[in-house]
Design a protein around this ligand. Structure first.
Ligand SMILES: Nc1ncnc2c1ncn2[C@@H]1O[C@H](COP(=O)(O)OP(=O)(O)OP(=O)(O)O)[C@@H](O)[C@H]1O
Ligand SMILES: [Mg+2]
Ligand SMILES: [Zn+2]
Length: 540
C-alpha cells in the first residue's frame, strides 16, 4: 500500500527534525540529564513537527538504550511503541474526544502504573478542542500528576487554552520552518526516493508551503506522480499555479499598461485549468517580492527563490514605481476576497488585472493628493513660523507668481531637481544654497540676460524677447504677457539655459519665478488656492 511521503518520512529522532533546534536541543538535554517535566505543551503552526516531536519524546523517555537524548528505535520498547503493541503511549485526538467523560476516563486510567514502559505518556493532540468541563478535569490531573505519567499537549491555537492549563505546562513554540530547511529536507527525501528535484523546483515548493513541512512533502508527493524529474514546471502544474514565467509576464504587462495581453494571459491560464484562487495568491506574492526588492537593498533573505529569479525580480522592480506596486497589492488583496465568493472567479481576476494596468488607480490618486495636502499644510505651518520653504513644484497649473525649478546654472543642474514621483525618491526642492547679494528692485541689465539667452536658447529667447524682470527676495521674477513662458521654463532644458544666462550676467545662481496674471485667474481648485496662498505668502 502506498504510504504518503510525509508519513513515510516522519522523523524518528530529534536529530532528524528540521528547523526547530530550540525545541529539540532543549528536550534532548532534559532527557540526558533526566530532568523531564510532567506536562509539555507544543504549539505552533500546522505541519511543523509538534506531533512528530511528541512521538519521539514518548519513545525517548521510555527507550532502553537512548543515545544523546534520542530514542534508539531498535529496542523492544521503541519497536513496541511504533507498532502499537505497547499500550503505555496513548494518543488522544481531542477533536473527537473532547468531553468531560473522556478526560475522567483518562484520569482513572492514568492512576495505574504503566505495563511495559517506564512512563505512561498521553499525547493530547488538538487540545484546544476540549470542552470547558474537560479542561477542568484535565487541570486536576495536571496539578498533581502521578509520577509515572507524562502529558504532551499539542495545539495550533494556543490562545484557546485557559491560562490555568498554560501555567502548568512547559511550553515549546514550534516555528514556521525556514525555506532553506524545507528545501534541504525535500532534497534529502527526493534523493532517498531516487527522484531528481531541481534547485528552483525545491525553492518553489518551499515558497508555496510557507513554513509547513507537511504541506511541502504533500506537494512533493503530487510532483512525484508526474515522473522522476521534477522542475519548476512540474511543481507549477502539480500545485495548479501559474509558474513564475507567467507571473513575470503579468508584471510586465501591468507595468506597460498592456491590458489586452494581460487579459489574454488570464484566459490562456484559465483554459489550461490554472486555479484562479492560486493565481491571485501567486500574483500577490510576486508583487510582494517586487515591493521587497524595491525597498530593501539586501533582500536575499526576504525573498524565497533561486538566484536567477532574484535577479529577474530586482530588474522588474526597478521598472515599476513603488506606488504602483503597492496599489497592485491592494487591488489583488481585494480581488482575492471577491474571488472566494464569486460566481465567476475569472471575471473578478480580469477586473483586477484591468485596474492594475490602468495608469493610476483611484487609491493611488487619493494617496498622492493626501501626500500633497500634507506637504502644503506643513509649509503653511513653516511659513506661519516665519521660516523659508521650498516651492511646491509638481502642480500643473500656475499661480500668480510661480517658482520654476532651478536656481543653479547649467552644469550643476543636479538630480535633486529632476521631477521625481516615486515616494521613496520624493523630496522637497533643495534649500537655497547661495545667499543672495543682489539688491531687490528692477533687473536693470535684463537685456544682457536676453542677449546671452539668444546664444543658448533661441526659442526661449523668442518668447522672452519682450519680457522684463525684477529681483525680489533673492529671486528673479520675470514679467511676461506670453502665456507659454511658464510652460517653457518648466522644462528642464529651457530653465537650465535661462539660469545659465542669468548666471552669466549676475555671476550668481538665482531662483527664477514667472509672474503671469492670466494663470493666476485660472487657478480655482481648493488645492490650488491653498498653494497660491503659500506662494503669495512667500512673495510678500
Ligand atoms: N520539523 C520537521 N522536520 C522534518 N519533517 C517535519 C517537520 N515538521 C513536520 N514534518 C513532516 O510533516 C509531517 C507532519 O508533521 P507533524 O504531524 O509533526 O506536524 P504538526 O506540527 O503536528 O501539525 P498539525 O498542527 O497539523 O498537527 C511529518 O510526518 C513530517 O514528515
Ligand atoms: Mg499534529
Ligand atoms: Zn529504544
Amino acid at each position: 500500500m502506498y504510504q504518503a511521503l510525509y508519513r513515510k518520512w516522519r522523523p524518528k529522532t530529534f536529530s532528524d527534525v528540521y528547523g526547530q533546534p530550540h525545541v529539540t536541543r532543549t528536550l534532548q538535554s532534559q532527557l540526558e540529564s533526566g530532568r523531564i517535566s510532567h506536562a509539555y505543551l507544543f504549539t505552533g503552526s500546522r505541519g511543523t513537527g509538534k506531533t512528530t516531536c511528541a512521538k519521539i519524546l514518548s519513545k525517548a523517555v521510555n527507550c532502553l538504550n537512548p543515545v544523546d537524548g534520542n530514542p534508539c528505535n531498535e529496542c523492544e520498547i521503541c519497536k513496541g511503541i511504533d507498532n502499537g503493541s505497547i499500550l503505555d503511549v496513548i494518543e488522544i485526538d481531542a477533536a473527537s474526544n473532547n468531553g468531560v467523560d473522556n478526560i475522567r476516563d483518562l484520569r482513572e486510567e492514568a492512576n495505574f502504573t504503566p505495563v511495559n514502559a517506564k512512563y505512561r505518556v498521553y499525547i493530547i493532540d488538538e487540545v484546544h478542542m476540549l470542552s470547558i468541563g474537560a479542561f477542568n478535569a484535565l487541570l486536576k490531573t495536571l496539578e498533581e500528576p502521578p509520577s509515572h505519567v507524562i502529558f504532551i499537549l499539542a495545539t495550533t491555537e494556543i490562545h484557546k487554552l485557559p491560562a490555568t492549563i498554560l501555567s502548568r505546562c512547559q511550553r515549546f513554540d514550534f516555528k514556521r520552518i525556514s525555506p532553506e530547511d524545507i528545501t534541504a529536507r525535500l532534497v534529502y527525501v527526493s534523493e532517498k526516493e531516487n527522484v531528481t528535484l531541481t534547485e528552483n523546483a525545491a525553492a518553489l515548493i518551499a515558497r508555496i508551503a510557507d513554513g509547513g513541512m507537511r504541506d511541502a512533502l504533500s506537494l512533493l508527493d503530487r510532483c512525484f506522480a508526474m515522473g522522476n524529474y521534477i522542475d519548476e514546471d512540474a511543481v507549477s502544474s502539480a500545485a495548479g499555479i501559474a509558474g513564475t514565467v507567467h507571473l513575470f509576464s503579468f508584471s510586465e504587462f501591468i507595468a506597460k499598461g498592456n491590458f489586452t495581453e494581460a487579459l489574454k494571459l488570464v484566459s490562456r491560464l484559465h483554459n489550461e485549468s490554472c486555479d484562479i484562487d492560486s493565481l491571485c495568491t501567486e500574483l500577490t506574492l510576486h508583487f510582494r517580492n517586487l515591493m521587497v526588492a524595491k525597498t530593501v537593498k539586501e533582500c536575499e533573505g526576504l525573498i524565497v527563490c533561486s538566484k536567477d529569479e532574484l535577479e529577474k525580480i530586482k530588474s522588474r522592480a526597478a521598472e515599476i514605481k513603488l506606488s504602483k506596486i503597492l496599489s497592485c497589492i491592494e487591488i489583488l488583496e481585494k480581488a482575492a476576497a471577491n474571488i472566494k465568493n464569486a460566481v465567476n472567479k475569472k471575471i473578478q481576476l480580469e477586473a483586477a488585472v484591468i485596474k492594475m494596468c490602468s495608469p493610476a488607480s483611484s487609491a493611488n490618486i487619493n494617496e498622492e493628493l493626501e501626500e500633497r495636502i500634507a506637504s502644503l499644510e506643513e509649509k503653511i505651518n513653516l511659513l506661519s513660523a516665519g521660516k523659508a520653504v521650498a516651492p511646491e513644484k509638481s502642480m500643473p497649473a500656475s499661480p500668480a507668481v510661480t517658482e520654476t525649478k532651478t536656481e543653479k546654472p547649467a552644469e550643476e543642474n543636479t538630480k535633486a531637481e529632476e521631477k521625481t514621483d516615486t515616494p521613496e525618491e520624493k523630496k522637497d526642492a533643495p534649500a537655497p544654497t547661495a545667499e543672495t547679494i543682489v539688491d531687490d528692485g528692477p533687473f536693470y541689465n535684463w537685456s544682457d540676460v536676453l542677449e546671452a539667452l539668444k546664444k543658448y536658447d533661441i526659442p526661449l529667447y523668442g518668447i522672452m524677447a519682450t519680457s522684463t524682470a525684477v529681483i525680489k527676495n533673492g529671486r528673479v521674477i520675470i514679467n511676461s504677457e506670453n502665456p507659454t513662458l511658464f510652460d517653457f521654463i518648466c522644462s528642464d532644458t529651457h530653465s537650465r539655459e535661462l539660469s545659465r544666462a542669468i548666471y552669466d550676467v549676475l555671476g550668481q545662481k538665482m531662483k527664477i519665478a514667472v509672474s503671469n496674471t492670466e494663470k493666476a485667474k485660472a487657478a480655482t481648485s481648493p488645492l490650488e488656492d491653498l498653494k497660491n496662498k503659500i506662494n503669495n505668502f512667500n512673495n510678500n
